[in-house]
Write a protein that binds this ligand. Sequence first.
Ligand SMILES: [Zn+2]
Length: 133
Amino acid sequence: MNNRKKREDTGRNPSPKELREAERILSLSPFQQQNHPTALEVDYEKLDHVRTYGILPDYYIDRPFTCRKCGKRQIWKAKDQKWYYEEAKGNISAIAVECHECRKAKKQSNQNVSNQNVNAQKDGAPKQVPKKK
Ligand SMILES: [Zn+2]
């Protein structure tokens, strides 16, 4: 993987078009989402740490969200979710709640506090919608 040079497409400062597209994809059925070109497969072997939670995702998909601090619309990219869950071993029920700038600012202001970049929040956690049919 050689995408170090390209630092775009991170979901930061998405264009209205990108946001619309991400929201449109998010409104599709799970089946359509999973088969969408932007969806990423889950590597279950890397999710050993979350097995106990019993709510493994079927796939990752770009998730638009509003920063709870500055209110900016951002996209939590599928690939960043994959990294967060599979490489950083993040809590599977955690979702991005603050934009990159706010997280960075927070990190700088309290370097000692462990990086709570992404907080697991009951209210904000993605709901596990029971499958119909
Ligand atoms: Zn923000």
